[in-house]
Design a protein around this ligand. Structure first.
Ligand SMILES: C[S@@+](CC[C@H](N)C(=O)[O-])C[C@H]1O[C@@H](n2cnc3c(N)ncnc32)[C@H](O)[C@@H]1O
Ligand code: SF4
Ligand code: SF4
Length: 300
């Protein structure tokens, strides 16, 4: 991260904490919900299968920028499916950077060639060792590993959604993050139980065990892009929700926090670590503030 970007974000953070402001800083644009996979834990793929046109995405970027958003995520569906004429995902990332977004990240299932050096982070979903990843995501593990080996940049961060299928594979994913070329770190979430995937949710005891493994891996030097001071709040779902500093834009509709905001009761069972980390940060939790500074400066 550039020093100027760091100071801009730090100044936003200080104003939010001191004046209890609710302005958003992190925005996600859903490029399409079309996806080439049908993962067992996912409720958001191929509902419309519409690939939103370039002009619409560019207008959405501009709208978010004008609202003060400076950290931008592109998400899906599968982001690498997105094309419009000769425009590709890479063009969107380059355009977002030139528009002035300070951090631009992309979330992907990793099954397409990875040529995205301009992104700050490519959050690549890896849901276990070969066996458990494939149990969640179909037979994709080897393709993904091959794409990572041939990636044109080293800005990859694994993104693991921990659920009943893969909860015992945390150690393996940490080790793979540590040992794989082009991979900087791994970031975890717990399964958020949408109505059609409730059976994959973890109990409080299971979440506690998972956090113990993650902490142990951090101690052993694994590159984990999460804040351990947030773990107790994540285990107990005692962090404030929703996150007012985050917004998501899908097909022109702007929602606070996540596209899941309209699912009744879901926020009380939210498994997204970033929600806990950001809401605690902006409430002025000192441990979180210091740990976030250290972690972001290390991996972004
Ligand atoms: C919806 S996917 C879209 C991007 C891309 N297709 C991918 O799989 O990374 C974004 C992330 O959300 C995660 N995810 C999907 N459903 C989830 C759920 N119910 N709880 C937690 N994470 C979930 C996926 O594992 C993935 O890491
Ligand atoms: S690849 Fe991503 S969008 Fe597609 S089904 Fe899996 S989690 Fe959902
Ligand atoms: S707090 Fe609610 S809206 Fe935000 S990500 Fe969690 S479930 Fe979705």
């Amino acid at each position: 991260m550039k020093l100027s970007a760091f100071f801009d974000l730090a100044s936003f953070g200080m104003k939010t904490v001191l004046f209890k402001k609710k302005d958003a800083i992190l925005g996600t644009i859903i490029l399409t919900d079309k996806c080439n996979l049908k993962c067992k834990h996912c409720s958001v793929n191929n509902i419309t299968a519409i690939v939103h046109p370039y002009n619409q995405i560019r207008d959405e970027m501009r709208r978010l920028y004008d609202m003060g958003i400076r950290i931008l995520f592109f998400c899906g569906g599968e982001t690498f499916i997105w094309h419009d004429g000769d425009k590709s995902l890479r063009d969107l990332v380059i355009e977002a950077k030139s528009m002035g977004f300070l951090i631009v990240n992309v979330v992907t299932n990793g099954t397409f060639s990875l040529d995205l050096p301009e992104a700050d982070l490519i959050l690549l979903s890896l849901d276990g060792d070969r066996e458990r990843h494939n149990a969640v995501r179909g037979d994709t593990y080897d393709t993904i590993m091959n794409n990572i080996a041939h990636a044109t940049s080293d800005n990859i961060c694994f993104y693991m959604a921990v659920n009943q299928i893969n909860k015992d594979a945390i150690r393996e994913v940490c080790e793979t993050a540590r040992d794989t070329k082009n991979v900087r770190a791994v970031s975890f979430n717990f399964h958020t139980p949408y109505p059609d995937t409730k059976e994959l949710a973890l109990t409080k005891e299971e979440k506690t065990e998972c956090c113990e493994v993650i902490k142990q891996m951090m101690k052993e030097g694994a590159p984990v892009f999460n804040l351990k001071s947030a773990f107790p709040y994540i285990i107990n779902n005692s962090f404030p929700t929703p996150c007012y500093q985050c917004v998501v834009m899908e097909n022109g509709k702007l929602s606070i926090c996540g596209r899941c905001i309209d699912v009744p009761g879901l926020c009380d069972q939210c498994g997204y670590f970033f929600v806990a980390e950001y809401t605690l940060l902006f409430k002025g939790n000192l441990k979180i503030i210091f740990e976030m500074l250290r972690t972001y400066l290390k991996y972004v």
